[in-house]
Design a protein around this ligand. Structure first.
Ligand code: FE2
Length: 164
């Protein structure tokens, strides 16, 4: 297996997180669609943007000579960790608000990792990485802001005195 640089490994990690985000948005659609159908179209849009980001990440990984497999395997390793976290957090009692809280963590993680990739690339100076980060980071910031806002909106509709 080819040795990865830190930059390449980080590209693998963001690729994984964007895969996990697709699984998470799907799951939260199922949690929210009955009681909060108004949030579904935004979740579908996030899912679409995550799928597009994965395509761009995979294409970029393919451009690193001989390292595509290693980068995507890095992604695979992070993936099982992310999946475990989701199944622990969103058990069968989970509701829409739990779903959005989980998405808030996941999207914050994405913003953090993309920001780290951006900083690593300031020294590495890869033009295709710079272009991808410039495209993806504002989208991830938008996801984070959106799920935070929806969490707070759902929370404001809760009766805090009701049994949990
Ligand atoms: Fe995202």
């Amino acid at each position: 297996m080819a040795e990865l640089t830190k930059l390449e490994a980080k590209l693998g990690e963001v690729t994984e997180l964007v895969k996990a985000a697709q699984a998470a948005t799907k799951k939260v659609i199922t949690l929210a669609k009955e009681e909060h159908p108004e949030v579904v179209s935004r979740l579908e849009q996030m899912h679409e943007e995550a799928a597009e980001t994965e395509r761009r990440c995979t294409d970029l990984a393919g451009s690193f000579e001989g390292k595509r497999t290693a980068i995507l395997e890095e992604a695979q390793a992070t993936k099982s960790k992310g999946g475990e976290m989701m199944s622990t957090y969103l058990d069968e009692d989970a509701d829409a608000l739990d779903g959005f809280e989980f998405l808030t963590m996941a999207e914050a993680g994405e913003v953090g990792h993309w920001s780290v990739l951006k900083t690593l690339n300031e020294k590495a100076g890869s033009e295709p990485v710079r272009e991808l980060v410039e495209w993806a980071l504002p989208i991830q910031r938008g996801h984070f802001a959106g799920v935070t806002e929806t969490s707070l909106k759902l929370a404001s509709e809760e009766d805090p005195d009701e049994p949990a």
